[in-house]
Design a protein around this ligand. Sequence first.
Ligand code: PLP
Length: 383
Amino acid sequence: MNPNGDLLYFDNNATTPVDPEVLDAMMPYLRGHYGNPSSVYRIGKEAARAMDTARGQVAEALGCDAGEVVFTSCGTESSNAAIHSALSVDRDRQHLVTTRVEHSATLKTCELLAKRGYEITWLGVDGEGRLDLAELRDAIREDTALVSVMWANNETGVIFPVEEIATIARDKGVFLHTDAVQVVGKVPVNLGALGLQFLSLSGHKLHCPKGIGALYVNRRCRFTSYLTGGGQGGGRRAGTENVAYVVGLGKACEVAVRRLEEEQVEVRALRDAFEDGLMRSISGVVVNGDRDSRLPNTTSLSFTGVDAETLLLLLDQNGLCCSAGSACTSGSIHPSHVLKAMGMSDDRARSSLRFSFSRFNTRSEVERGISMVVGAVAKVRAG
Ligand code: PLP
């Protein structure tokens, strides 16, 4: 079944359609099983058991222990919680290292912290969106509380070498947080082998509804809760848990693990066919970012001489959804901070669109999408 109907939904890095299997798993907890997982009677214990199952499913997707999974409301909360904790547990460590291409969940948080007097070192990227690891190593100081580096970029799909970054952080004795919101469900994750302290993920990027996320907290790491209140989440996240959505996140992770191998190939084939089709049929199309280290579902393309916002609106009128920059910057006149950090001119950044695919896209959608984009670019270029 295709939840998209006739819509060409090529914006899966913004959010994904809910998998019917996920919705089916959630429904009992929205209908009958309304118990509070902290209650001691039967329906409370049922809810607590459902959450334990979900915690195990998320842990399986991450390659960590179930006890290291803390449920949150979204990826943004997870990243905020990691940064907050790292700055709170050791008052002698108040310096942060992050990159200029982070999602606003990290970027804006660090900008705010800078205004409050914390010192932030911002790492740049090269023209392909890659980090300089020597620069990262040099940026870490005695008083560094945390290195926060995204695993994969939401706009370009460029994957940072988290394994190597984890080795550097370990050598230097500092905490590492990675924003893996765009990674989980798309490429394998094995935290057991990585040895980092925090990882953020978000349900709605992997076919679960919006409003649920998780934070991995390494069991050897001191952690202090971002929200104060009840002792939920083992004291690591106060607030009554969103049981149905937690169950959904668990199921979404289970499906992702089951399908990962095959999807990496199939979704990549769709992305590549789309990219190749456009590059063959339209002049002046350039791929943004490192093509050798990229999420299999994402392509960011510059259409030389084309205003991306105009193209985006035209495609929307024809029933194709994609994105100009990240969802948060789309609709604004500012060119994407990620493309700008890669050294692009305003004009090139403003001529870029991101297309991102998922298991619910098909070959025939890709074919229709190619001819639609070809027609729309010709129309915009003709003025
Ligand atoms: N980090 C990345 C890389 C993202 O792409 C997003 C969402 O677009 C987020 C964080 C924020 O996640 P959420 O929407 O669950 O707060």
